[in-house]
Design a protein around this ligand. Sequence first.
Ligand code: NBG
Length: 828
Amino acid sequence: MTDIAERALHTRIARSVDAIRRSFADNLFYVTGRTLENATNLDLYTALAFTIRDRLLARMVAAQELYERRGAKTVAYLSAEFLLGPHLANNMLNLRMTDNVREAMAGLNLDLEAILEAEEEPGLGNGGLGRLAACFMDSLATLEIPATGYGIRYEFGIFEQLIRDGWQVEVADAWLRHGNPWELPRQHRYAVHFGGRVEHYQDEELRERVHWVPTSTIYGIAYDTPILGYGVLNVNMLRLWKSEARESFDLRAFNVGDYYGAVDDMVTAENISKVLYPNDEPEAGKALRLRQQYFFVCCSLQDMIRITLRDGGDLEHFPDRFIIQLNDTHPAIAIAEMMRLLLDEHLMDWDQAWAVTRRSFAYTNHTLLPEALETWPVAMFQSTLPRHLEIIYEINARFLDEVRVRFMDEPERLSRLSLIDEGQGDGVRRVRMANLACVGSTSINGVAELHTQLLKSTVLKDFHELWPEKFCNKTNGVTPRRFLALANPPLARLLDEAVGDDWLRNLQLLRALEPQACDVAFRQRWRDIKREAKARLSDYVRRTCGVTLDPDTLFDVQVKRIHEYKRQHLNVLHIVSLYQRLRQGIAQDATPRTFVFGGKAAPSYRMAKLIIKLINSVADVINHDTQVNRLLRVVFVPDFNVKTAQHIYAAADLSEQISTAGKEASGTGNMKFTMNGALTIGTLDGANVEIRAAVGEENFFLFGQTVEQVAQTWANGYRPREIYERDPELRGAIDLINSGLFAHGDSGLFRPLTDNLLSSDPFLVCADFHDYAQCQERAARAYGDPEHWSRMSILNVARCGRFSSDRAIREYNEDIWNVRPLPVTSPS
Ligand code: NBG
């Protein structure tokens, strides 16, 4: 360890309130050029961010030096998305400096919360998949496992959502506009080629070799973000790639006449890392997306190879140095790229290269929705990555030979397993990325028990029959640091008091809460904390949406991407039917409720956007109806992201996890709610099944068809209109929507939605409506008994230990990665 790193690692002075205050004043002046008198919140934030960064750099250097010196086996987590959320508070927490910082700021008459609020969210992800990657990075560092996250430094992350007249409006997310104190630009820079053709030749030893002659080349530059473990000295790296033109904008490199040509090159190159694609959109024609995937994977693999060789290893032993986890198929092209690098650049022969490649990769699948399984048209592949297509054909030929030996005379099985979809439907041949990922990986996992089981029996059935030993389940988890300690400090303090403060590193310790569920005084404090969180959310909602909420009502919350399979419209139908009952005076003794929604819809997903409009329209009418609005309120919180989420989870009484069974791979919001003491109303889908088993079925509101029943319903010939005709509640709700009441008399506005429900209803909203409404009634009644409700809520928290991402990462490590933790220690 260098002297500086070592010294900085062990100085206690730097953490004192006084030192923080001095360092903050220095940074304010030298970084932002401001003084306390004229600084804005953004300036204060920047100064504080640099103050914290100064304190973590020594740890970062120490950890990276140790990993390098030991040649430590490292997890490379490849993901097109990392939805980190704000850094500052998280880093203060993980450094255990929050109290000192708060005191230092208070000494300057500054409000820490207002400063934290000024941080732009790095929203480099769409939803669960990207957030999972962020939780995993947090746990890897906390468990002292050497790891690097590799991804893309999008200049624009997920769009910002505004609500205008009830509709979603997308605004570009210019998160870097004020700079980013948390990233360190590096000198690592790798060439990435595209297009062109492939030449075959014989080398001196008369071996067949291939040379790719690309038409364009760009560069990837590394930007590192340190990821701190909680309560340990380890710091891992998130390495994100930014694309740049061939040369920096150097006029000498171009002839003077081609100035604009040079500018164009630069623009084209920089486009690659420009913007994150929203998901739930058709893949078709997104050549840029394929380029993005290849771009970050190519840089990442070159980086890993450089590190392996730097430390004196040879590439045959690459799998002893790195284990690469593919987060969904977005980085699956890495399998072909690894082969290309080993064959063409490092001159291995095929068998050796394939043996190394296969040992280096593991694949996580995150979806069962067929439309979400990535495929790329062969023609697009050919023109973008001709050498990779050739390699994929070769992998496929050899793979199918292997299959033929096992399953003779089964052409259909062969065509299902093939890496190429021959395009029976539309005549377009496609590369199947999931098949490539399966063939090139040592391990294939789903993200909840049910999901893994369904993978084995449906989408990846043929692969499971071929290689059952490759499959395993790794149920998702979420980090309690961000989603409990940061999102809900009062609850965290109560837990410290009740079970000691080790629970943040070992969530299973919350078990010790169980006896407290019987303690009347404890339950009262539990309720006080929940009420406080609801008051905070109400305050936030009043400031941001101008809607007043009553913290003494049941807070019923559904926040997640807007998608038909997640069935926000089922929730709305129930609200409309409650409204109708209240209007008709049938339910005046009803439990007063507040329904909270949040989530983004993909910009071209019309039905999802119409659902947002419906929620807002229903909210508008109900909230203004003085006859009912003491008992019923609805609010849509705009721009749901990690930052806004932290206001919401803590405040929920009831968590809506109501996807059609078999559609949600796992869900992770469900876990965040549970950790914060919300009870779940949910179907037997994804991780709900395991949450229910963990917290006890009596502490969970279950409804809806099971996976088997769903299949049966379809097999029987599903006719939603008949349900509509039979069920007066459902009919009433749909008719009320169609009456135009929520659309200023426009009875056509929501027709696409209601017609869809009555004709095909692909997600069985009508089939589950009655059961859902009844279950909602049970939940409302249970809420009417606060002592009972608090007991259930406490038990949910006491039993949520399994849903920590620490547990998930431990399992990945034991079963797939086998990386030895390497604690950074402080020499005494
Ligand atoms: C999502 C699933 C969720 C799951 C997360 C994380 C994709 C493709 N999949 O159910 O829909 O919790 O992944 O595994 O975003």
